[in-house]
Design a protein around this ligand. Sequence first.
Ligand code: GLA
Length: 394
Amino acid sequence: MKTSFLQQSFKNIFNTTLIPYVFFAPGRVNLIGEHTDYNGGHVFPASISFGTYALGAKREDHKLRFYSMNFPDKGIIECDITNLNYDKSHDWANYPKGMFLFLMEMGYDITHGADILFYGNIPNGAGLSSSASIELVTGVLFEGLFKKDIDRIEMVKLGQKVENEYIGVNSGIMDQFAIGMGKKEHAILLNCNTLEYSYAPINLNNHVIMIINSNKQRILASSKYNERRSECENALKDLQTKLPIQSLGELRKEDFESNKHLITNQINQKRAKHVVYENARTIEAHNQLKLGKLENFGALMNESHISLRDDYEVTGFELDTIVEASWEQDGVLGARMTGAGFGGCAIAIVEDGKAEMFKENVNAIYKEKVGYDATFYIATIGDGAIQLTEEVVK
Ligand code: GLA
């Protein structure tokens, strides 16, 4: 992406001659390990080349002025570094405001405000973590603009805190971690209980990761998400009457099977089953990828989708249509929904030379059943949040 256009926009919008610093944070896809993060299990995400740019220049006074090229109708949103409380009328700008507030509360003092322009190219509402991307790009901007040295994991945790406590969305750590810690051509195996992690090279041997956007609005996604969280918490409480565990992620499949009768509600039992089996699948998928056993990796992705469809019940007609159509195509190793579900995106591992055919066939089935098109992108796995220093020297 050419950032000179964004730099010109920065000058026009803020009416300034200052040359801004440029920062970028990606979005993410999750290869496997869904709805395990807030249950203390494993996830296996990667950062992608779609993301959010932020351009910033320090001001002489205390003002923070935000502008998003994605929401031009909202205009410049202005506040003061001495009052960063949540303000509904500030709309999207609450994400960067929350980051500023929590960073300052952590002791990273600033004495000047800034003008900041955002531009994101993550497809809207696709479930590829545009909000975590804004949080982390604000984190690296804060660090670069005000010359602070912020531990990256601390920044990741702060992003989650903004989401949970400032915005009020009860999500886990996966998105911020993938975006803050991403590495080119690698996925991250993360234990969400301990935050231990390792990088695994994505060697797909002439296959690509296809992202398929269902283009379905994720209506009710956050209330359903919270419902799943509390179903898991209730299942855990039942298991804790006998087992000394702090999270479902600590359970092996065998332990679950011999103790599942403790979970009195059948629905909660299904939810917990998904979490325990998905966690085991994620660790296994990582092993299979490392061994280069791509077929096994793909089969685990398929099992993951079935479990999310039947036991966790977060897929829905659109995602099921995409994934089931993908399974039938030539050259496909595996396919599943990715992210929270209830709409958003699926991913498929598709042989290079078959990608065009795949798009055509899957879209034809999708359009016939759902009534509108899906959108297809080939994922490029890039680095995590970063200052694009080369753009600054001009
Ligand atoms: C959303 C949340 C993540 C995670 C996924 C499901 O993306 O933000 O924390 O829970 O859903 O795996």
